[in-house]
Write a protein that binds this ligand. Sequence first.
Ligand code: ADP
Length: 497
Amino acid sequence: MTEAGGLTKLQMYIGGEWVAPSGGDYIESVNPFTAQPWALVPRGNAQDADRAILAADEAFRNGPWGRMHASDRGAIIHRLGALIEKHADELAEIEVRDNGRLLAEMRHQIAYVAKWYYYYAGLADKIEGTVHPCDKPALSYSKHEPLGVCVGIVPWNAPLLLFSLKAAPALAAGNTIVMKPAETTSATALKLMELVEAAGFPPGVVNVVTGYGKEVGEPLATHPKTRHIGFTGSTATGAHLGMLAARDIKRVSLELGGKSPNIVFADADLDNAVRGVVGGIFGATGQTCIAGSRLLVQREVHDEFVEKLAAFTKAARVGDPCNPATQIGPMANQMQYQRVLDYIEVARNEGAKLALGGKHPEIEECATGYFIEPTIFTGVTNNMRIAREEVFGPVLSTIVFDDAEEAIAIANDSEFGLAAGVWTSDMRLALKMSDRLEAGSVWINTYRDISYTTPFGGYKKSGLGRENGVEGIREYLQTKAVWISTAKEIANPFVIG
Ligand code: ADP
């Protein structure tokens, strides 16, 4: 890391070395609160991608990582977790400079990220095989082996968390990894490599290359030595990477977009539901794949609920993400800021009624940053674009429903299926809803909870595969069957089976 014209100049981490991009180009990383650049991120290219994949492949085939007992690999992964916990505040400050998330939230989130490393470190030496009740004169057993080089491509909204959801299980399974953070938020992934070195990972086991998706992400994904592509981001890019993976017969896991319904029944604790709905859509300024962006409210409490919701939201403090009193920060980048403003326009033109927000806030502190007021639309119907397309911002679309069947029909009428929330005091109804909703996560009287212990992923166009929990490590393993004959000789060499 060096200083260049007041900007911090970052380096990539390949094969255990800090390297400059082979093309010599850099991308400015802009602080969304000030709209000013603060760092220079290496603009990697296909040559850098090739170098990183070859380093990871060499480390997988010939380095100490592959020969190490899983318990020892686990110990190194655990040490990384402890270092992350120790440096959580420092990492959080960097992350906030890159993407404008609340400092208080990022401190909490990054300290929590350590748990992914602890959990998977513990799982590393518990990957057991199976002895099969074989019908042949043979002992047949199967074991689960790593895949080889795994590429992780992650977005900008929760850079280190999403990095770790992939890195921790991939490493615990015995793979080596090449990670590519988003071009606008690469600083924490690179900072993490200092901790990777200190934890004692052999060179080439963990690599980070940075730059644009097309220029360096795609060469990583299509490299012949890449065995797995783990992607979090937009559905369009995920579909593209899925096609590239299919062409080369590579394993792929995709964690994509959502248009998640948050369903409030009349019998719910409405004040608590308000808190959950607000957290679901305005937490992280709406920039999460699990944002509860469609609010479905039962008709008899619609007006009362919207009133409570608008009052609670109006009181939220919008401003400097580093001020501990702030509850809603800026959008992470200029492109996203513009995109969300455009969607607000689309919703108005479609006839949705603006109940709150809808523009850049008139607050002095927010003048230069990429801020958008928390925005609530009512009178939305599920066929409007604002109810169908992922906005990825602080924009809530309110839809009214009469009964559970109608709520289910509206909720499931979406190409996405990442998550859903249900607010009711009737547990029988809650369980029925959880059975019928087409979503990878269903939250009842809560929203936006995730844990390293619990599988996470999408139905329908929201993704393929699962992250977290025991299921999460299976994405990074392949099964090998071994046969040991117990017969004295092969009965008939010309008849098989
Ligand atoms: P978002 O809308 O969240 O930025 P993207 O899908 O565009 O979602 O980006 C998520 C990640 O995917 C980023 O790291 C980005 O650089 C990368 N990416 C974008 N396009 C490609 C591509 N064609 N191949 C590989 N990676 C890509």
